[in-house]
Design a protein around this ligand. Structure first.
Ligand code: HEC
Length: 230
């Protein structure tokens, strides 16, 4: 091994050691943990908590908080309406976040929170990590619940302005299109189309016949006829 390759090997080991130092795994090889890069430091619990903000459909990760549709409306007007429109219908070319009910199977499907999105948690998670656009993650947990409740209200998912959304009743909110999202079931539903041993050679009976040629059909552009490209 040349000296430089050897050096590269040591750096690679050191890098692995660095990673392992942050996220130790049970079966870590002894040699790798022996070398530390001595750069960086382990993330603090607070830093990890800052990144660990996903909310799952089963409610895992919901923050503790509460907010009514009414509270959300005020906040929405201040922080969201300029882009998404007072009723979620969109202002200018910003995305709409309401409407489009019943259009998914039409020629021009309109996908909004109400017409398309699968889970209430997807909406809350999205707003929590990204909105207001340009000022992401500036909402408190109570504000997040309130404004999300208002977005549900705009989509007729929550019906009354006094409704208070919180981490305890969040699981009761169902979006209209949820049932159209399901696990990939092709292994069952398309089983009939699958063959155990797909044919890869001589699959059609008899000799293969050439029935036409691209040149004869005149689909191959001739260089002399091509328009000039400057
Ligand atoms: C400055 C303009 C702006 C503001 C203010 C804003 N948004 Fe958005 N919003 C966007 C843009 C742009 C997207 C699309 C981002 C993308 O697709 O990457 C978006 C996407 C969304 C979506 C997903 C829409 C979809 O179906 O894809 C939701 C829900 C949403 N915003 C909610 C909110 C809420 C709630 C607020 C207020 C707290 C807010 N937004 C404030 C610009 C804005």
């Amino acid at each position: 091994m040349s000296r430089s390759l050897e050096a590269a090997g040591i750096v690679a080991c050191a890098l692995i050691a660095g990673v392992l130092a942050i996220a130790p795994i049970a079966a870590a090889p002894k040699k790798a943990t022996a070398h530390k890069l001595n750069i960086g430091r382990a993330a603090t619990p607070a830093e990890i908590a800052g990144w660990d903000i996903d909310i799952r459909p089963d409610g895992h990760g919901l923050p503790v908080g509460k907010g009514t549709v009414k509270d959300g409306e005020k906040l929405y007007m201040l922080r969201c309406a300029a882009c998404h429109g007072e009723f979620g219908e969109s202002a200018g070319r910003w995305p709409m976040i309401s409407g489009g009910a019943g259009t998914l199977a039409s020629h021009d499907p309109v996908k909004s929170v109400g017409s398309y999105w699968p889970y209430a948690s997807t909406v809350m998670d999205y707003i929590r990590r990204t909105m207001p656009f340009g000022d992401a993650q500036s909402l408190t947990n109570d504000e997040l619940y309130a404004v999300t409740a208002y977005v549900f209200y705009l989509n007729d998912v929550i019906k009354t302005e006094d409704f208070e959304l919180n981490e305890r009743n969040f699981g009761t909110i169902k979006l209209p299109n949820e049932s159209n999202f399901f696990d990939d079931d092709r292994e069952k539903t398309e089983r009939a189309f699958w063959r155990r041993n797909p044919c890869m050679t001589n699959c059609a009976p008899g000799e293969a016949k050439v029935t036409g040629r691209a040149r004869a059909l005149d689909v191959t552009p001739e260089t002399s006829k091509n328009p000039k490209v400057e």
